[in-house]
Design a protein around this ligand. Structure first.
Ligand code: ZN
Ligand code: FE
Ligand code: FE
Ligand code: ZN
Length: 266
């Protein structure tokens, strides 16, 4: 048994996080982690896509910062990854990024339900009030299901991110999650237990227990991530996440090296 690796860490390159990779690594060693992974927000082909990701010309520097953390913390396994935005039509761009560096894994995340609305962006909170919550969740899950089916990602990030600001639909969304999880199982894609939800308005791990229970029943594998945007957040609430995963029947999680999986007891 070992502490699950924290596979969801950001860096200052995304413009809304603090702490260099080597500082996250120092924190991880102090907390007793044996493995972590950096998964900062991917660059887009157009740098003006939005204001919360690295520029394309910073990608090599990102890889250098992770390499430096590895050199300065040789006892810690440090994985090189990206949190990649999934939007339909961006598949070729994602494959282009995949070919640029020896990535260990890609986390595929849906933040955008249209070209200009990232539903977790606090600056765009007002948009939620003009929309039907179920319609937004339906669009979100349609994209998430496409992401899971695409085979472009090892892991799907924060699978019920739509709950962040507590705009819950009246309708039952579980059938939509079942469709998503069946797509994940079919393509062999994992989902993550993301503890950042506990630090947001929804006050709950992503994804919620009923979704995780269904994932377990269907045999969808898991990883763990704090979605840390500062070194102090590394490993946050991992005991709760581990307990939740165990309570729905999980005993193993996945680790990735050069996009090859390995099962671990946690
Ligand atoms: Zn972020
Ligand atoms: Fe995200
Ligand atoms: Fe993230
Ligand atoms: Zn994230």
């Amino acid at each position: 048994m070992s502490t699950p690796a924290d596979y969801h860490l950001h860096t200052p390159l995304c413009r809304h996080a603090t702490g260099l990779p080597t500082e996250y690594a120092a924190r991880a060693v102090a907390l007793g982690f044996d493995e972590i992974g950096f998964s900062d927000h991917n660059p887009m082909a157009r740098d003006d896509f939005d204001d919360w990701r690295m520029r394309l010309d910073q990608l090599d520097h990102y890889v250098e910062l992770v390499t430096q953390a590895r050199q300065e913390h040789p006892t810690l396994q440090i994985k090189l990854a990206l949190e990649v935005d999934y939007l339909p039509g961006y598949e070729d761009w994602i494959r282009d990024l995949a070919a640029r560096h020896p990535w260990d894994y890609f986390i595929g995340s849906v933040h955008y339900v249209s070209d200009d609305w990232d539903i977790d962006n606090p600056k765009k909170l007002a948009a939620w009030r003009t929309r039907d919550a179920f319609e937004v969740w339906r669009l979100y899950l349609e994209r998430l299901t496409q992401a899971a089916a695409s085979g472009l990602f090892e892991i799907i990030g924060h699978a019920d991110l739509a709950k962040k600001f507590r705009f819950y639909p009246q309708q039952d969304v579980q059938p939509l999650f079942r469709r998503f999880l069946e797509a994940a199982r079919k393509s062999g894609t994992a989902i993550e237990l993301n503890t950042a939800g506990l630090r947001k308005d929804c006050r709950e791990i992503y994804p919620a227990r009923p979704i995780l229970a269904l994932a377990s029943e269907l045999g969808v594998p898991i990883t763990f991530g704090s979605d840390a945007h500062a070194p102090e957040e590394l490993g946050a609430d991992f005991e709760s996440a581990r307990a939740l995963a165990r309570s729905v029947g999980y005993g193993h999680c996945l680790r990735f090296t050069r996009r090859q999986r390995e099962r671990r007891v946690f």
